[in-house]
Design a protein around this ligand. Structure first.
Ligand code: AMP
Length: 420
């Protein structure tokens, strides 16, 4: 071990398990790539003010969890705690929304950073794949995103997840509800922190996990009763489209989520095998965010799915992904001359697209065959001096143990034929 360890709340992805993370990212991005979403990558840090305004001054993410710092040049930056604000900033900066081709549909994959209290499923560095559809108000777009996430989880074999759905209203009806909720909450017995939250973001109080708070919330005004006709009709359409697509969901009137920018549709994917950190993904509509960060009105919707928790969900359901072995052919040279010749064959095989590895370091036959078996390869290519003198190499099927000599100049063809 070195003197150093991964920082608290972080962990390293190492082979062979890291292949599962790659496969999860692939599975989540697959349906997006297939549905008109283009790939976007933004920097790992941004002006801290983007998140303060975009994510919300009153959120835990901004007040407690942001890795904010000042550079030598005096810039106030923060490691990105989430993806939406950055993606929207980038889209606006590049004028992707101009030219009449709305919505702008983007997907991303990357690392995010939150100074959280680490526990299983909650890390300080984690990984998300996300999608944003910018500039269009259409319930079919909200439905599309939820359907694509459902498709992604199902393609991984996941079954024990649920979709929670709610509407948070819009700038017409939400303020009326907010005031009514504040009136109610101010009559309760709450600690100072929670009272402050009542002033700044009362909806978040509904989300408080503590029993002492939850018990007092019986009889609180519900947003459902305050939704304006337009919001009700919009939400009803999202629900109908999901139902028509065969995607089940549960109405959850208390679902408000931890980011301030959501309006109308909000949703969360929860997995029942994960204990307290049960949210594997979430998202919603954020019609006001563009204006909050200085852009034009651009009604938008998006989600982010957590890669780490999706991997934990796979484990919870006992799902082992069928990931093909990284190596198909393993070459074992016996002696100097064979080393030179087989290294050439390995290069030729790789150029022909065959995943090939080589016994480096002058290992003996026994050790080299052990490495061949560990690599998961189907075939081993073994050659010693006598083989080379005969102009052949030995091709060994590592499953059946069967070994046949193959002419050196035919070996690439023979192997590509065998591997199909
Ligand atoms: P959020 O951006 O908070 O809506 O989170 C979206 C998804 O990212 C969550 O459902 C989790 O799967 C994942 N996520 C958020 N925070 C963390 C964290 N600290 N550690 C691991 N995964 C996280």
């Amino acid at each position: 071990m070195s003197t150093f360890q991964a920082p608290k709340g972080t962990y390293d992805l190492l082979p062979p398990n890291s292949a599962t993370y790659l496969a999860v990212r692939e599975a989540i991005s697959g349906p997006l790539k297939n549905s008109g979403y283009g790939y976007i990558e933004t920097p790992g840090f941004e002006n801290v003010e983007l998140f303060a305004r975009g994510v919300g001054e009153s959120t835990d993410i901004v007040t407690k969890e942001m890795y904010a710092f000042e550079t030598k040049g005096g810039d106030k930056l923060a490691l990105r705690p989430e993806g939406t604000a950055s993606v929207l900033r980038a889209a606006l900066e590049a004028n992707l929304h101009k030219g009449g081709n709305l919505p702008v549909k983007l997907w991303y994959s990357g690392s995010y950073y939150r100074y959280e209290r680490p526990q299983k499923g909650r890390y300080r560095h984690f990984s998300q794949v996300g999608a944003e559809a910018i500039g269009t108000e259409d319930p079919a777009l909200d439905a599309e995103l939820i359907i694509l996430a459902d498709q992604a989880y199902r393609s991984l074999g996941l079954r024990n997840f649920r979709i929670l759905l709610n509407s948070l209203g819009d700038k017409e009806c939400r303020p009326v509800y907010r005031a009514a909720l504040q009136d109610f909450l101010r009559g309760l017995d709450l600690d100072d922190d929670t009272r402050r939250r009542v002033d700044i973001n009362p909806l978040r109080v509904l989300d408080d996990k503590r029993d002492a708070v939850q018990r007092q919330l019986t009889g609180a005004p519900m947003l459902r009763d305050y939704l304006c006709e337009a919001c009700k009709a919009y939400h009803e359409q999202v629900r109908e489209l999901l139902t028509a697509a065969g995607v089940g969901f549960e109405d959850d009137e208390k679902l408000v989520r931890g980011l301030d920018y959501y309006t109308r549709t909000t949703f969360e994917f929860v997995h029942d095998g994960l204990g307290s950190q049960s949210a594997v993904g979430g998202g919603g509509r954020y019609d006001g965010l563009s204006e909050m960060i200085g852009g034009p009105a651009l009604p938008s919707v998006g989600w982010a799915l957590g890669v780490d928790r999706t991997v934990l969900a796979l484990e919870a359901e006992g799902i082992v992904l069928d990931i093909p072995a990284a190596t198909a052919v393993y070459a074992v040279p016996l002696g100097e001359e064979a080393r030179r010749v087989l290294f050439g064959t390995v290069t030729a095989l790789r150029r022909a697209g065959v995943a090939t590895d080589f016994a480096y370091g002058g290992k003996g036959l026994k050790n080299a065959m052990k490495s061949a078996n560990r690599s998961g390869a189907r075939l081993a290519l073994v050659a010693g001096e006598r083989d080379l003198a005969d102009g052949v190499v030995q091709l060994k099927d590592l499953e059946s143990g069967e070994q046949t000599p193959v002419a050196l100049d035919a070996v690439v063809d023979e192997i590509t034929r065998k591997l199909g």
